[in-house]
Design a protein around this ligand. Sequence first.
Ligand SMILES: [Zn+2]
Length: 226
Amino acid sequence: MQREAGLNAKGYSERDEKRILDALGRGLLKEFPNPDRAGCPGSDVLNRIASHEMPLAEAEKWLDHLTSCSPCYSDFSQFQSAYQRRRTRTILAIAAGILIVASLAGWAFLGKHKESFVTTAVLDLRNRSIPRGTEPNPTEPPLEINHAATHWNIYLPLGSSEGQYDIRIVTPSGELLFAADGTAKLADEITSLQISVSFSSPRSGRYVLQISKTGSEWNSYPLLLR
Ligand SMILES: [Zn+2]
């Protein structure tokens, strides 16, 4: 891109380019053999003109010679083809770079999108019985939840009252994994409670979800972190 800007700064427009080529084409067609290369600018100059490395103002003074010297036209043509090949390679490389960046951006976008799917989870206890105590009813199927979910929306059993609740997640042997509290609100006949969950190290497995209205006894549910 900088190279591109540099070329423009040196004053080669597409029209200038065409003018030079037309002039040189005429030069070749008119056949100006110059076996001694009298007055020739040298291959470095030709190369710099062909590669747009020489400012047009500086190249201008050679145009008369180039329109009347077949060997110079021949050299120039070769330098120009080489320059075009390099340029094509550069453009292809830039295009490939853009593709890579675009697919990386796509992956990043999908990644974020995917994350937003799993960060919120609903635990529906509405039709669950209210098992008293810190041990879950062994016949109850476990509540299943993605271990990556960081925002839990808990629908409390029907008839639960609004107010402050304590939440705990413990291992089957009673080791505390996580504790939080939150305020349950009633809306559309659902008493729900939202908590942010973060485990020090998210582990899949079987746990016990314990819920208590603050100051009341615990109710326990089997929980499966997937
Ligand atoms: Zn010449």
